[in-house]
Design a protein around this ligand. Structure first.
Ligand code: FPP
Ligand code: MG
Length: 468
């Protein structure tokens, strides 16, 4: 012990004597262990694309209706985290580091996205002009009037060049824009469903414009996202991205039902039965509930296990599906080996689940002012997220409160206390760390070392330290 202290003192004295040379050495060492890109900014690798993202999206969503334009562009006006397009772009750059001989070169989709005919000049003869390059003629796209004022938009986008140095393909760039459009559409709808009054530090779309306009603007964004998806002319990518939209809705539906213990045959807090399914269509409701009471032969542990399965599946659909499917799509476009495509998909899945776990954690720990959106909203909405499930694991008496969506007076306070008492937030953090570690391992398996991979690793690590 004495020896150790003496050693420390000597070390400290030496350090004092040569402070400047010590800090110089430290800086040199940190440069060796920190990839040079981190000393700047991981986003800098794709800053060109990120800086023009919103402007390019504007060109894809332009409509001649002034109010529709206001609502659809509203969420793009404020700085969101833009995690989804950032991941697509960084992944695209990192995939470009894979040597060409390891890729199926004829599958590298370096063709540019065709010009958007909605904004191109009308053909001379609307009746006899043949459809160019399998795109529908303008009179069809514009509706019954060839120059329908509602579909007039801003100037066409300049043709995107394949940037050989940076390696991001034009279609990968468009994919990043599509992902942000789908995400923004889902936020417009989500704020209506959640009755949210703020987003990104100002009035949410539903409050600023009404529920009706917010829903319609979300639908319009989805419509235009679908146009952009079809113009990628890649059936596998189109299938993935279209399904990611369906997955978002499935995830929201699972959340409406909240947990695996609720009755699927009724709605409105159990007060109204669902209309009976048609016998001829064979569309019976598939009931995947667990028997509610421990007395029905299931232990508390088994019920909890099913509840976690349900929650994580919902989390995949609601948040990770869009990230994982767009990560997979970026890999497909770059023509890499199927094992790499699979790892990219797994990366997106793991980072997406980690991201939502942290979101559910922050709902308990951060104030509304810092979040820029309502805090403590999940309990208010009757939703049991991971911190509550961990508290339920420790305290089985929370079951009835969860099942009735915290609707009785005092339910929310009691649950919040249980989350604090049984470290629901800390346990959620540990779970998020496991998904983060999986995501890091996927990156290392899929990609060669590069600045872009380091930036992705940095981003993956920073999800757990984010404050909003
Ligand atoms: C935010 O969750 C919402 C989502 C991640 C997905 C919402 C999906 C839908 C509303 C389905 C409809 C989808 C489309 C594409 C129109 P949150 O409420 O936990 O997060 P928040 O605190 O940011 O609101
Ligand atoms: Mg919400």
């Amino acid at each position: 012990m004495m020896r150790c202290c003496a050693k420390v003192r000597v070390h400290t004295l030496n350090a004092h004597r040569s402070k400047s040379s010590f800090s110089a050495a430290l800086a040199a060492v940190s440069k060796l262990v920190t990839p040079s890109i981190m000393l700047r900014n991981p986003v800098s690798l794709v800053s060109n694309e990120m800086n023009t993202l919103a402007k390019n999206i504007m060109a894809l969503i332009g409509s001649g209706h002034p109010v529709l334009n206001r609502v659809t562009s509203y969420y793009f006006e404020t700085e969101g985290k833009k995690v989804r397009p950032l991941l697509v772009l960084l992944l695209s750059r990192a995939l470009a580091e894979i040597p060409l001989e390891q890729r199926t070169q004829n599958l590298i989709d370096s063709v540019d996205v065709p010009e958007d005919p909605i904004y191109s000049r009308p053909p001379k003869s609307l009746l006899f002009e043949p459809p160019a390059n399998n795109l529908s003629p303008l009179d069809i796209l514009h509706g019954i009037k060839p120059l329908n004022p509602l579909t007039k938009g801003p100037e066409p986008l300049p043709e995107a060049e394949f940037d050989h140095d940076r390696g991001i393909l034009p279609k990968q760039r468009r994919l990043a824009e599509i992902v942000e459009m789908i995400h923004t559409a889902s936020l417009l709808h989500d704020d209506v469903i959640d009755h949210s009054d703020t987003r990104r530090g100002r009035a949410s779309g539903n409050v600023a414009f009404t529920n009706k306009m917010a829903v319609l603007a979300g639908d319009f964004l989805l419509g235009r996202a679908t146009v952009a998806i079809s113009r990628l002319r890649n059936p596998e990518v189109a299938e993935l991205m279209s399904n990611s939209i369906a997955n978002l809705v499935e995830g929201e539906f699972m959340q409406l039902q909240n947990t695996a213990v609720e009755d699927t045959s009724v709605i409105n807090q159990g007060t109204k039965p669902l209309p009976a399914a048609s016998k001829t269509l064979n569309n019976e409701v598939h009931d995947y509930r667990v028997p509610r009471a421990v007395g029905e032969g299931f232990t508390h542990e088994q019920i909890l296990e099913t509840a976690f399965d349900y929650y994580l599946h919902k989390t995949y659909l609601k948040t990770a599906a869009l990230i994982s499917k767009s990560s997979r799509a970026a890999a497909i476009l770059s023509g890499v080996d199927r094992t790499v495509v699979d790892q990219c998909y797994e990366f997106g899945k793991n980072i997406g689940i980690c991201f939502q776990l942290v979101d559910d954690m922050l709902d308990f720990t951060v104030s509304a002012k810092n979040l820029g959106k309502p805090a403590g909203a999940d309990l208010e909405l009757g939703i049991a997220t991971s911190p509550v499930l961990f508290a339920w694991k420790a305290d089985p008496s929370l079951g009835p409160l969860i099942e009735r969506n915290f609707s009785h007076p005092g339910d929310i306070e009691r649950t919040a206390e249980a989350v604090a008492k049984y470290n629901g937030v800390l346990e959620t953090r540990k779970l998020a760390e496991r998904y983060r570690d999986q995501a890091l391992s996927n990156l290392r398996k899929a990609l060669p070392e590069s600045d872009a991979r380091s930036a992705l690793e940095f981003l993956t690590n920073s999800i757990l330290t984010r404050g909003k």
